[in-house]
Design a protein around this ligand. Structure first.
Ligand code: FEO
Length: 422
């Protein structure tokens, strides 16, 4: 069980951890389970010309944070406040810190400025700040901290800060995990491998393109110590964790099918076989287009987890659902809700389904797909009861048109005003 130590911990020469432990947290940001809580790691770097504070903690832990800070520095000595990330779990004590050290200079990424304005409101005009980019530095005299812009890991504002003389990377959420252990270091705490991968999967995975770009910047530094904003400080073999991020990003990218082909996945649920028949005819139509590999899955017989991996590598997704009580059915929503953990922007999407009375499901699914920034080039198909032969032909044509769009063979569409009505 983690104890809330009220002493700062020196993690490198003139560098202290001044973070807080939160062992009782069981759910982070409403989406992440935290079986043994988390930590909010913040750090202080001492230099000849003053002190740099890197990040703060969640607001309710401010007292612990300030108590540790005051044991190693006076507020007058704080020269720089470096904000690697402005999510409230790290920026919660920033307003109070700036009230106590109003002369300190804030360093924040360009994308972080809007968040800083929202956090400090009118108070911001009392302070000095610098917007940072990769290669910019903050000097503490004989020590230099440099900034590495790492956008979208996992917010637009995120950056890492590097202490050159110690080869120490303050990495923000990157390489972090929700794991609370007062022994602090990766070689002393319990087994946190699960937490590390779980965190990556739910926080970083949607941004894996950006992760790979960030690793290109971090790898050449060869840090000897990585101090993330959550979980263990990585002093034993820190480069293993850099390697893991690359491996985790690449593993989700791997496409098992021929890279020259486009992958179209069709998922459906069916109550009386009507939506299933629509799915099969859409599948047959799409399969006629060369260069598109089409797969058909009945959600009644599948688990979400492996589907999410498949979906991440796919180019197009279709969802079929009957309308029951004015809605799409739960297994379809479960998959659609899970797409939050992967990148869907730009994938092709579509929806179809049979209905008996009102038939809202198709439009609701389409709205969700658009909300996920997917392209929905064809209006989805809604068919009352069991489709007729003509309607099944329509399904065939719908599949064909979507596959053509995916293969880049679609002809420009003429807008029919009748299509704009429900
Ligand atoms: Fe740990 Fe994105 O805040």
């Amino acid at each position: 069980m983690a104890r809330q130590e009220l002493k700062p911990v020196e993690i490198a020469n003139g560098v202290h951890w001044v973070g807080a432990l939160d062992p009782d947290l069981r759910m982070f940001d409403l989406i992440l389970k935290t079986a043994n809580g988390t930590s909010y790691n913040a750090y202080v770097v001492h230099g000849g010309e003053g002190v740099a504070v890197i990040d703060t903690v969640k607001e309710e832990f401010s007292e612990i944070y300030f108590s540790k800070l005051e044991q190693i520095t006076s507020y007058e000595r704080i020269k720089a406040v470096i904000l690697n990330h402005l999510e409230p779990d790290h920026a919660g004590a920033v307003p109070e810190l700036m009230r106590r050290a109003p002369h300190a200079h804030i360093f924040v990424s360009t994308r972080g400025l809007k968040l800083l304005q929202a956090l400090l409101k009118d108070e911001l005009e009392n302070y000095q700040y610098t917007l940072t980019d990769t290669g910019d530095v903050c000097s503490l005299g004989e020590r230099t901290l440099s900034f590495i812009n790492t956008p979208y890991l996992h917010w637009p504002d995120t950056q890492c800060t590097y202490l050159e003389d110690e080869k120490l990377l303050f990495s923000g959420d990157v390489f972090g995990c929700h794991f609370c252990d007062d022994r602090l270091y990766n070689d002393l705490v319990g087994d946190f491998r699960f937490s590390f991968e779980y965190y990556f999967k739910h926080i970083m995975r949607p941004f894996k393109r950006w992760v790979l770009e960030a690793m290109d910047k971090i790898e050449p530094l060869q840090p000897r110590l990585i101090a993330p904003a959550h979980g263990p400080i990585l002093r034993d073999n820190p480069l293993e964790y850099v390697k893991s991020y690359r491996t985790l990003s690449n593993s989700y990218l791997t496409k098992k099918i021929d890279a020259r082909e486009k992958s179209l996945l069709i998922f459906y649920m069916s109550a009386y076989g009507a939506t299933a028949d629509m799915a099969k005819h859409i599948h047959a139509g799409a399969s006629e287009i060369e260069g598109v590999r089409v797969s058909l899955y009945d959600l009644q017989g599948g688990e979400i987890e492996p589907f999410i991996d498949l979906i991440e590598g796919a180019d197009g997704l279709l969802f079929g659902s009957p309308t029951i009580n004015g809605d799409a059915v739960k297994p379809v929503w479960d998959v659609l809700a899970s797409l939050i953990s992967i990148e869907t922007r730009g994938k092709l999407g579509g929806a179809f389904g049979s209905y008996g009375w009102s038939g809202e499901a198709v439009r609701m699914i389409e709205d969700r797909l658009r909300g996920l920034k997917m392209r929905v080039p064809e209006r989805g198909l809604r068919m009352k009861f069991h489709p007729t032969e003509d309607e099944l032909e329509e399904c065939h044509a719908y599949g064909l048109a979507l596959a053509e769009a995916l293969a880049g063979k679609a002809k420009p569409k003429e807008l029919d005003f009748a299509d704009l009505q429900m």
